[in-house]
Design a protein. Structure first.
Length: 178
């Protein structure tokens, strides 16, 4: 199941490429509308409070794993599962190969890369504020998307992403958070 968060913020170019997506996502949201940032903040504050003591991290992870296949499909393979077995790569490869959008096969190589060469953020070390911003801005998926859609060469996409990452790290180093 998808959450009721508003995914249009932070992904404007992705939404512009698929303007029908928010409507398709909205049918899965019981409230019939996307949440506002303040509502998400309130939910996070509640979950971090003593009032949410009955809601455990293990229950959250179980719910996430049970629903990750649907979330991956709803994201049109933009988000891959974080937990082994949540949506096995054998099944993901079939979905990637069947993608009807041009250029054909663009997700097949990304599936191979994700399976063989990617790890959860922080692996094998710890996460930091700079990497959180890099991931929150979808720099790496956008880099791959620009190349797979033929909008940039691989060299140009990597150089652009590298420059953005360096700028983010410089900002967080200046704040003493990296």
């Amino acid at each position: 199941m998808e959450g009721p968060w508003n995914l249009t913020e932070g992904q404007p170019q992705f939404q512009a490429a698929a303007p029908e997506r928010p409507g398709r996502r909205l049918v899965h949201v019981p409230a019939g509308r996307f949440a506002e940032p303040e509502e998400i903040a309130a939910a996070v504050a509640f979950l971090a409070s003593d009032d949410a003591s009955f809601i455990t991290a293990s229950q959250f992870l179980v719910d996430l794993c049970v629903n990750y296949k649907q979330a991956t499909l709803a994201s049109q393979l933009y988000n891959f599962p974080s937990f082994p077995g949540a949506f096995p790569f054998k099944a993901i490869r079939k979905v990637a190969a069947a993608d009807p959008h041009k250029p054909k096969g663009k997700y097949t190589i990304l599936t191979t890369i994700a399976e063989k060469f990617t790890h959860n953020i922080g692996y094998p070390g710890t996460m930091n504020a700079a990497m959180d911003e890099v991931f929150s801005k979808y720099l790496v998926p956008q880099m791959f998307a620009q190349v797979s859609q033929g909008k940039m060469s691989a060299a140009h996409a990597v150089a652009q992403t590298q420059a953005a990452v360096k700028q983010i790290y410089a900002k967080w180093r200046a704040r003493g958070a990296v």
